[in-house]
Design a binder for this molecule. Structure first.
Ligand SMILES: [Mg+2]
Length: 381
């Protein structure tokens, strides 16, 4: 069996899909993308295709080794995301060849359903509690919200109170039996984080995510130690090596993105690495249906899995949404905030190829916003 062709599709709202074809008619799909750099990753995928075309698709680990190491320069978001999408497609092919869902190839299911959370509020959360009731009515048992809009290096008393009041309103709307996670999105300085986290602790957030920028690794230990709030990070870390420092600092939840951190192969290893540190896995996934399907396959086979992000209705999904490119969207249906275990071979979804090809004709040019502080200086988004 040989790989014969690798195609890429730039599809709205901000995604890139890859399609790996073989000489035996089996086709695998992946989602190699960095949000806002989709064209750049697309080029990287086609550079990697020069090696992959003609190879046996079932030698997944060998291809992962070659793709990540053979060109001397390694890692980073673009290359790791290109590898990630191709890795997903190779696992999709393997599942179809062996007639099994990917989680069966990873050792079999360790749970029957996977708990999901849903976003409330947008980039600049204001009346975020208003959205919670609708999500509870849909059955979700957990939500995630941005903690703040742009925040200066030392927040004012009013800005600090604003963060706390918004979280308190969401907590009130959820009641004690549901969870709220708070994303600081790297917007919060270490000083702000150390002031905010102890004040947030009585409101019992599930976790606080990216309390500081990932490049401030040396600050993680003090941020973890300043309160009882579980700390999560990892959506901007691209492989095992980059999780060593946060895990040593006591991070409770790792959030590698299956489309950024080397795909199913590497996220599976990061989960095992987290298990050794007593931490759990909550894969980042504000992306499309292929990334979510791949994340779920890992979730069903990972003992220390916590909860799964998904993008249905997320503020980024303008024009198209999570389920638009699936032949049968019911495989990703959320029932009482959970997804049932998929049983189809491979990633467990059927991509609507005609819809994908149509969407690629229009493409997209999604870019992250550029934020400014009130004095006109650059602000972390
Ligand atoms: Mg985040």
């Amino acid at each position: 069996m040989k790989i014969t062709e690798i195609e890429t599709f730039l599809v709205a709202p901000r995604w890139l899909f890859c399609r790996v074809a073989t000489d035996e008619g089996v086709v695998g799909w992946g989602e190699p993308v960095v949000e806002g750099r989709a064209d750049t990753v697309r080029t990287a995928v086609h550079e990697l295709s020069d090696y992959l075309v003609g190879q046996d698709p079932l030698r997944i680990e060998d291809h992962w080794q070659v793709m990540t190491k053979s060109t001397f320069y390694r890692g980073g978001p673009v290359l790791s995301s290109a590898v990630a999408g191709l890795d997903q497609a190779l696992w999709d092919i393997a599942g179809q060849v062996y007639g099994a869902p990917v989680h069966a190839l990873l050792g079999g299911p360790v749970r029957d359903r996977v708990r999901m959370y849903t976003w409330v509020g947008g980039d600049e959360p204001a009346e975020v509690a208003d959205g919670v009731a609708a999500k509870v009515a849909e059955g979700f048992t957990a939500v995630k919200m941005n903690g703040s809009a742009a925040l200066g290096p030392i927040a004012t008393r009013a800005e600090t109170d604003d963060v706390l009041e918004r979280l308190a309103a969401v907590r009130e709307a959820l009641g004690p039996d549901r969870d709220v996670a708070v994303d600081f999105h790297g917007r919060v300085s270490p000083a702000n984080a150390r002031r905010l986290l102890p004040l947030m602790a009585p409101l019992h957030p599930l976790f606080v995510e990216e309390p500081v920028l990932p490049e401030l690794g040396a600050q993680f230990a003090s941020v973890v130690a300043c309160s009882s709030v579980p700390i999560a990070t990892g959506e901007r870390l691209f492989g095992r090596r980059e999780f060593v420092e946060p895990l040593a600092a006591g991070v409770s939840v790792v959030q590698p993105d299956i489309s950024h951190a080397g795909g199913i192969s590497e996220v599976r290893r990061i989960a095992a690495q987290a298990e050794v540190a007593g931490a759990t896995l909550a894969p980042h996934c504000p992306l499309g249906p292929i990334a979510l399907a791949a994340s779920l396959q890992v979730a069903f086979a990972t003992p220390n899995f916590l909860i799964q992000e998904q993008s249905l209705g997320i503020h980024y999904n303008v024009g198209n949404d999570l389920l638009d490119y699936l032949v049968d969207p019911t495989v990703l249906r959320f029932v009482e905030g959970y997804v049932e275990r998929p049983t189809a071979p491979g990633l467990g979804i059927a991509v609507d190829e005609a819809a994908v090809r149509r969407a690629d004709e229009a493409g997209h040019r999604w870019r992250a916003p550029v934020w400014r502080h009130r004095d006109g200086s650059f602000a972390e988004w």
